[in-house]
Design a protein around this ligand. Structure first.
Ligand SMILES: C[S@@+](CC[C@H](N)C(=O)[O-])C[C@H]1O[C@@H](n2cnc3c(N)ncnc32)[C@H](O)[C@@H]1O
Length: 383
């Protein structure tokens, strides 16, 4: 565990500062997770990093006397302040616990909804926070979070230069990283909507996701592709090309050629517990014309030895969430009709067949058809 002393000292000072401030002005968050979570009477809600208790008390009203809201915070002075606010408002269906969001002191499956307002971005171990969220949620439970995300274009140098001014800047994830981390924790139905800019290259966002009713026990992790994956990405690509049903290409290009041909954003790899790459997904723009800015074409490859393990679905799900969060309204791909596995994978992820382009290109001297498939976003683009 990292040393939390300096961070906690900052929130101890913040609690003293907020002590004389009316509750409705005592928020240190960046949005309204209660609205995002759409709470119902009777639900049990957990607020991660509850601060002065504002979101806990609003939630308490929403879940009513049959419901319960738990605030979790690591700073004793913040907990005292939140308890005082609850007492002043005579709210009784709330409780506040001291603890870390990386190690939530609650049993498995004990919470219907996890909310959090601008706290997860501060954690030095976000994968652990997401794993803990998935653990304490009941199957079918959901999250409604507001948090801060870094723009994809934020360089390491800018991050270091700005870290003195904006605390979140040291650790905020990009949308791609955030989505991949939620998916790796086993959460599904991930939606990210950017709301407003909080600093240069930092945006607040609303994040929703749910814990599936049946948990996939896969040990495969989906993460953002890094340059160290290059060799293995090309090897998986070549293994796909060797099947004869993946692409018109027959030989995988060099890394430089591959790198230049694909967008820098929305590249993901699926790795096993040893870090070996089992599959990848990446995009190319379909046109340089700005009217098509929200239309991307993707390639998804899973090593033939690892088909049937849900890896393609995991990659596609992460890619869909990340591209929708970036405002992409149409995803398309071309698939050989003989590649029935890929067509089924895409169909199950909401793609439809636009049509078949007959004898559109030659592969090993044979004219072949390509099925054009597309997925229109429900959350962005034309209504
Ligand atoms: C930016 S404030 C947000 C407070 C509150 N959610 C709000 O909207 O006003 C961050 C709060 O999270 C707590 N916090 C930060 N990191 C934490 C961690 N790793 N575990 C538990 N609490 C944490 C701090 O003590 C502080 O009260």
């Amino acid at each position: 565990m990292t040393d939390i002393g300096p961070v906690q000292a900052r929130y101890t000072a913040a609690a003293h500062r907020l002590a004389d401030v009316p509750l409705d002005q005592a928020g240190l968050g960046c949005g309204n997770p209660v609205a995002v979570a759409d709470l119902n009477p009777g639900e049990t809600v957990l607020d991660l990093g509850s601060g002065a208790g504002l979101d806990v008390l609003v939630s308490a009203r929403r879940v009513g006397p049959a419901g319960r809201v738990i605030g979790l915070d690591m700073t004793p002075e913040m907990l005292d302040l939140a308890r005082r606010h609850a007492a002043e408002q005579a709210v009784t269906n709330v409780e506040f616990h001291r603890g870390r969001i990386e190690d939530i002191p609650l049993p498995d499956g004990s919470v219907d909804v996890v909310i959090s307002n601008c706290v997860i971005t501060l954690s030095a171990d976000k994968p652990r926070v997401f794993a803990e969220i998935a653990r304490v949620l009941r199957p079918g439970g959901r999250i409604g979070i507001t948090d801060v995300l870094a723009d994809f274009s934020l360089t390491d140098a800018e991050r270091a230069a700005g870290a003195d001014r904006v605390e979140c800047l040291t650790s905020s994830l990009t949308t791609d990283d955030y989505v991949a981390a939620l998916a790796t924790a086993g959460l599904a139905g991930i939606e990210v909507h950017r709301t407003h800019q909080v600093a240069d290259k930092l945006h607040a966002a609303l994040i929703r996701a749910a814990k599936p009713l049946r948990q996939n026990r896969s040990t495969v992790v989906v993460g953002v592709m890094k340059s160290e994956h290059a060799e293995q990405v090309l090897a998986v690509y070549q293994a796909g090309l060797d099947t004869g049903n993946a692409s018109f290409e027959t030989i995988a290009p060099s890394w430089d050629q591959w790198d230049q041909a694909h967008l820098a954003a929305h590249r993901f790899v699926a790795t096993d517990s040893t870090g070996a790459v089992l599959g990848w997904i990446a995009a190319t723009p379909v046109s340089s014309r700005c009217v098509y800015a929200g239309v991307l074409e993707h390639s998804v490859y899973v090593h033939p030895d690892h088909h049937g393990r849900g890896i393609g679905t995991a990659l596609l799900t992460t890619y869909i969430a990340a591209t929708e969060a970036a405002g992409v309204w149409t995803l398309q791909s071309g698939v050989f009709p003989e590649n029935t596995e890929s067509l089924a994978l895409h169909r199950n992820s909401g793609f439809r067949t636009v049509g078949t382009r007959e004898r559109i290109g030659r592969h090993h001297g044979v004219w072949r058809d390509v099925v054009l498939i597309e997925r229109r976003s429900h959350s962005c683009g034309p209504v």
